[in-house]
Unconditional design. Structure first.
Length: 64
């Protein structure tokens, strides 16, 4: 028998990897990078969720 916790249902995407990949594609297509990356970083670091009337922030990354 296998017991899976809810955390096992989601893939965590590391924030630093997301920023690195985004920077690569923005540079490749000559888009504004620094402003876009800063905005993306702020958004990704401020993702919270609520469970049983308690708020949590992911420590490993964001859920896919």
């Amino acid at each position: 028998m296998i017991a899976l916790d809810i955390k096992d249902l989601y893939v965590n995407l590391p924030v630093q990897n997301i920023l690195h990949i985004t920077k690569f594609w923005l540079n490749k297509h000559n888009k504004i990078t620094e402003e876009a990356l800063h905005l993306l970083k702020v958004i990704l670091e401020q993702i919270y969720f609520q469970y049983n009337n308690r708020f949590f922030q992911s420590e490993k990354g964001i859920a896919m």
